[in-house]
Design a protein around this ligand. Structure first.
Ligand code: FA5
Length: 342
């Protein structure tokens, strides 16, 4: 015998009335929770009504279903709103100490290598140099050939790099910027070009497969090796202090003639020998030399009228001297304890 619909609707109304009455007395979040359990839990008064749907005639089921759902939703909303209100009131009651210091977000900073690079730039700008932008992806022509390094030249061995397919490669030094600059500007040229370089070098305390160089190029009438030595000496003293000494050693680069390498004396042990300078008293900083007339030939500058010097300094090496770092790899470890010291 199906339950009469009216009977069921009365029972729904009774539960609603009971809930409305009880909620008048609720004054804390805990009491809200108790009421929720009494009405809305699996064995609560609202869910207990749902099986009654089964006891009415088929055409009455939708109406009863709708009534029950409305009841359930209504009670849930009322409970939620009251809980929110009581939680807020409770929060305002808690003591809040406005005098406590706020939490400071950690401040980021420039990587030490970028700071050193900025300082190098500032010094050279002060000596009348322009800063040129180079490209990290270069062609074989700019990285090698126009620098007088033909395809099978043995000096390519020391500049093995990452080839990108076609004629493209990751530049092994900043010297390609010399060519771009001389293609686009007429002498007098007085520029530096800082940037990233890549080589297939095995990492060790002083080598990294990715590192930074600052290229320098001066082309004008009557530029001599003495000018190069003067600029390097002035730079070393501004960067590392009056006491630093510079040593030039003969060397070879296909794009400079004569060529040299220069070292700075170790500012930690003052030349006596320590971990930073590997007990030698000196740190190799840069290759340098007078621009080879063959290079001028690639960029249509007349070597009978103009001469020039160039250098390519390793930024990491200078940073190591300046900051007392004895292993280049620590610059790239991303250890915040190291980085935040600078
Ligand atoms: C060159 O790269 C030449 N282009 C420099 C040059 C420029 C010579 C202009 C003449 C005229 P070299 O391979 O020696 O030369 O590198 C120059 C400097 O870059 C080194 O003295 C060193 O300080 C730095 N360097 C080279 N390879 C690495 C490496 N794998 N990791 C860190 N620093 C490096």
């Amino acid at each position: 015998m199906p339950d009469s619909m009216q009977n069921i609707l009365d029972r729904v109304a009774a539960v609603r009335n009971e809930f409305d009455k009880q909620i008048q007395h609720v004054s804390s979040p805990q009491e809200v929770e108790e009421l929720r359990i009494a009405f809305m839990s699996r064995k609560g008064k609202v869910l207990a009504l749902f099986p009654l749907i089964g006891s009415v005639a088929a055409d009455e089921k939708p109406r009863i279903g709708a009534e029950l759902n409305a009841l359930k939703e209504n009670i849930q909303n009322t409970l939620d709103t009251l809980k929110q209100q009581l939680d807020d009131d409770h929060r305002h009651d808690t003591f809040f100490d406005f005098t406590l210091p706020g939490k400071k977000p950690p401040r980021g900073g420039l990587h030490p290598l970028l700071q050193v690079m900025d300082e190098i730039k500032t010094i050279f700008i002060g000596m009348g140099f322009r800063v040129e932008e180079g490209m990290e992806i270069e062609t074989d022509y700019y990285n090698f050939e126009a620098l007088n390094i033909p395809p099978h030249h043995p000096s390519r061995d020391m500049h093995d790099t990452f080839y990108l397919g076609g004629e493209y490669l990751l530049r092994t030094h900043t010297s390609p910027v010399q060519i771009h600059t001389m293609e686009n500007q007429q002498p007098p040229i007085r520029m530096i070009a800082p940037g990233r370089c890549f080589r297939k070098d095995t990492p060790d305390a002083t080598h990294s497969p990715m590192f930074h160089q600052v290229e320098g190029l001066v082309v004008d009438r009557g530029v001599s090796f003495a000018d190069l030595k003067g600029i390097v000496q002035a730079f070393a003293q501004k960067m590392l202090g009056e006491g630093v000494r510079v040593r030039f050693r003969p060397s070879f680069f296909p794009f400079t003639e004569p060529s040299a390498e220069y070292d700075f004396s170790c500012i930690f042990c003052r030349g006596k020998g320590c971990r930073v300078c590997k007990q030698t008293g000196w740190l190799e900083i840069s290759g340098a030399g007078m621009v080879d007339p063959a290079v001028f030939g690639f960029v249509n500058i007349d070597p009978e009228i103009y001469s020039g010097y160039a250098f390519g300094m390793g930024v990491e090496r200078i940073a190591m001297l300046l900051l007392g770092v004895h292993d280049i790899r620590i610059f790239y470890d991303n250890d915040v304890r190291f980085l935040e010291q600078f």
